[in-house]
Design a protein around this ligand. Structure first.
Ligand code: GAR
Length: 208
């Protein structure tokens, strides 16, 4: 079994997509052993609690420096013997210590086709607002391995969707979540859990 630690900051629809694929047997080699929130009171933590998954809130601002924050995160993940960390709508920046401890074993989902509409300040609905302002005809979602910078690191999977003439940031966000994010994140986790991913420089090789 692959022990997964999921990190969240919001409503947790991506966490739900993972839990649903575990329940329906698609992710048969996986279990979510802990869910870590960057703040309390978020719906993602409620979703985990409903499933009986141990949760924790580990806030960046409770630690004097990034190294101490990283240490707390590493300690927590080791306690649950986590082998893959999934950032499912997690909006704090991780330090180098944590990224090194889980090299090529932290995945992030981002709501755009990286390298478009990503980086510091691009989270949640903002990439969709910017995509519409720019006038792109295609957008989508990306799952990538995490390096210690926003939305960087080797790309595992991407899924593109058409932008429709009457899209608003909200309609686009909903479609990207339902038709891209909630599909490619569990799929990337499945590939990882079956040992089908390897990283060569910036490239992720998928052996199906
Ligand atoms: C998702 O759209 C995810 O891609 C995005 O936050 C949302 C969280 O929704 N992540 C980022 O923007 C990271 N840069 P969720 O809590 O319902 O999964």
């Amino acid at each position: 079994m692959l022990n997964i630690g999921v990190m969240v900051s919001g409503s947790g629809t991506n966490l739900q997509a993972i839990l649903d694929r575990i329940d329906d047997g698609t992710l048969k080699k996986c279990r979510v052993v802990t869910v870590v929130g960057s703040k309390s009171g978020i719906y993602a933590l409620e979703r985990a609690e409903k499933k009986g998954i141990p949760t924790a809130v580990i806030k960046r601002k409770d630690y004097p420096g990034i190294d101490d924050y990283d240490k707390a995160l590493i300690e927590h993940m080791k306690k649950y013997d986590v082998k893959l960390v999934v950032l499912a709508g997690f909006l704090s920046l991780l330090g180098e210590g944590f990224v090194k401890a889980y090299e090529n074993a932290i995945m992030n989902i981002h709501p755009s086709l990286i390298p478009a509409f990503c980086g510091k300040g691009y989270y949640g609905i903002i990439p969709h607002r910017k995509a519409l302002e720019y006038g792109v005809k295609i957008t989508g979602a990306t799952v990538h391995f995490v390096e210690s910078d926003y939305d960087s690191g080797p790309i595992i999977l991407q899924k593109a969707l058409e932008v429709l003439p009457d899209d608003t940031p909200e309609t686009l966000q909903k479609r990207v979540m339902e038709q891209a994010e909630h599909i490619i994140l569990p799929e990337a986790i499945r590939l990882f859990s079956e040992g089908k991913l390897s990283v060569e420089g910036r490239k992720v090789i998928i052996k199906e």
